[in-house]
Design a protein around this ligand. Sequence first.
Ligand code: ACO
Length: 332
Amino acid sequence: MDKMLKPVGIAGTGRCLPERILTNFDLERMVDTSDEWIVSRTGISERRISDAGTATSDLATEAAKKAMEDAGITAGEIDVIIVATATPDMAFPSTACIVQSNLGALQASAFDVQAACTGFIYGLSIGEKFISTGDAKNVLVIGAETLSKICNWEDRSTCVLFGDGAGAAVLREAPKDSGIIATLLGAEGWKGQYLTLPAGGSRMPASIDTVKSGKHFIHMDGGEVYKFAVGVMPQATLGVLEKAGLSLDDIDLLIPHQANKRIVDSAAKRLGIPQDKIFMNLSRYGNMSSASIPVALDEAVKHGLVKNGDNLVLVGFGAGLTWGACAIKWSK
Ligand code: ACO
């Protein structure tokens, strides 16, 4: 029997960034790099780094509390918790289960999504379905990372790029004709080798040798990821607009995954979207993987850049290689 699907919107957002700032000038003292190189190649000036005792679930929990407060709900009202992360506290239990326990969200189901930097968009798409079908009322979707823990701080080609943080959103039924209009997800798994953390799983269990050879750190072919990103960002944006029945001119704000300013500039140029319609905070945070889009969304909303009725497009790419986009008519 067909059920009427309910419209689903974002009822609240929140973020949590570690206090410690690592600048490009700090990095100049750690590896053979320069502020000039990092800014000109990536657009990043500084990033946040969590301390030794902080895990992904700690940042996720704080971001979640802020999103719940913003949405005006208590932990007991959350039905589902989805944590998108590539840096879980541990392989199991899931980071979502740890967050559930921290929040005291006793009625919630909880699970992690692994789509790297695209994880938050995957999480939104999954969360939307719980509510649109009537299976849940409030879904908490969190993107949280402590990438500093898996960076090789002696590898200048990767360690300058990443930062730590968490962003969260509460999904709930939205007024008619508003909320998430369309999501579009994809993956090119045959390109997975371009961005990996090779050891610690079943293919290459942790051993003294894997530790010694740095296989528990991020390994990336930056050029290949770059090529993928500049192609897929415009393609995903156009794809989700088509699915939503919108045109490029309908976009009020584009919130891209914040990985590299050159990637975003290239996508904007191909699409013909002016800079003032693109939200950027990359220079302050670096690439926070799955946390990048929800942190940017929360900043955009809290800075008053989003008003009811605006059309937002969130678009990202990441390890997998994965990609995804989401079109939202904002109402809160
Ligand atoms: N400082 C100074 N020099 C550097 C640095 C650094 N930090 N890193 C690399 N270099 C050097 C290289 O060794 C190379 O030197 P060589 O020519 O003597 O060999 C030179 O700079 C140029 O290196 P390229 O790799 O060609 O630099 P490029 O302009 O392509 O920029 C970058 C590299 C920034 C990594 C770019 O390729 C990129 O952004 N790729 C996409 C990465 C990305 O978005 N990853 C996100 C993944 S999301 C996720 O799921 C985690």
